[in-house]
Design a protein. Structure first.
Length: 346
């Protein structure tokens, strides 16, 4: 029986795309067995449990003084897992947990398929990319060798199946006003949260606000039926997408892909200085197509209210941005990657 090991961690953005690929792979090959490897972070484990995925955790280290010893321990854990599961192929989505797993796979002659969601690769994917048989890219790549395949970024099928009536039920919004969806991801939520605290009353004058604050982060202390706050959402997110008129978001590849698939015009505020500044590169690529407005974090406090008002008051502008946003999403990404994996399972 064919086994596939999916590895990725450090954020849900390194895991959710793998679920999308797994869905398509199981459709192509119902007999395939899939197993996930993530970090021992509660958010990652909760997400995989919520989606009924079998998984193991490896406490892979970031660079530090204790890196050599911790990496050796992670490598041994990865080797033991490969011995137990005997995968035919490893699908890597990045994050530092992918390095010991893919190194162990490389040494055992197990092929690796890497997916790079971002416009610029981080350290882990640059390392794993040296060992990968195939490198799938979310954005068009300048690399011309046969290993690189532009697939686009995969998203889960249910992401685009949200229902507006369910979104209104969840939020208890009236449905008579435009809705601003604010989501900062795991690392970059704080600055967006602070901007909302400073300008919430001004924003509520023109729209209802859905605020996804990030795990362990506080929202705005306001009791108002026009304001809906959650730290994080799982199955409810597609329904929130369905009622969003405009989004304020960081520029993680997974978030941008889901917003694009739903055609949501977006004010994108890239988180700077992390992962080779990949969010800035993502945001620039997205803004070039016209579906996003690029806003630097240094200008967030001064420009967020006028920008939101401009977008919400100009229906033609929003419709044009929505059409442009959809062009950023490749509908066949998950299926294309699943077909690549299936070649190693034949």
């Amino acid at each position: 029986m064919a086994h596939v090991l999916f590895v990725g961690g450090a954020s849900i953005g390194h895991i959710a795309p793998s679920l999308a690929v797994m869905q398509q792979l199981v459709h192509l090959m119902p007999e395939v067995k899939c197993h996930f490897v993530c970090l021992p972070k509660q958010t990652e484990m909760d997400y995989l449990e919520q989606n009924r995925c079998a998984f193991s955790t490896i406490d892979s280290p970031r660079f530090s003084l204790s890196f050599p010893w911790k990496f050796l321990r992670a490598y041994r854990q990865a080797s033991a897992l490969l011995s137990e599961w005997k995968p035919s192929v490893v699908f890597s989505k990045g994050g530092h947990v992918s390095v010991p797993v893919c190194l162990a796979a490389k040494r055992r002659g197990i092929p690796i398929v890497l997916h790079e969601s971002d416009a610029v690769s981080g350290y882990a994917n640059r390392i794993v990319g040296r060992w990968a048989a195939t490198i799938c890219t979310g954005f068009p790549s300048e690399e011309t060798d046969r290993r690189h395949v532009h697939t686009g970024n995969p998203i889960r099928q249910e992401t685009v199946r949200g229902r507006a009536e369910e979104g209104l039920r969840i939020t208890e919004f009236s449905g008579k006003r435009p809705v601003l969806l604010v989501m900062g991801g795991s690392q970059g939520a704080q600055a967006l949260n602070e901007a909302l605290r400073a300008h919430m009353q001004e924003l509520l004058e023109v729209c209802d606000v859905i605020h996804l604050t990030g795990h362990g982060k506080a929202g705005v202390s306001v009791a108002d039926t026009r304001y809906f706050r959650r730290e994080f959402v799982y199955g409810e997110l597609p329904h929130l997408y369905a009622i969003a008129s405009l989004a304020l978001s960081r520029a993680g590849a997974n978030a941008l892909s889901e917003l694009a698939a739903n055609g949501i015009p977006t004010i994108v505020v890239p988180l700077r200085g992390v992962g080779h500044d990949h969010q800035q590169a993502n945001a620039k690529r997205a803004a070039m197509g016209g579906g996003c407005i690029l806003l630097d974090q240094s200008e967030l406090d001064n420009k967020i209210v006028p920008l939101v008002k401009k977008c919400l008051q100009d229906r033609n502008m929003r419709e044009s941005m929505s059409e442009s946003m959809r062009t950023l999403f490749s509908q066949e990404a998950s299926l294309q990657i699943a077909k690549i994996l299936s070649k190693f399972l034949a």
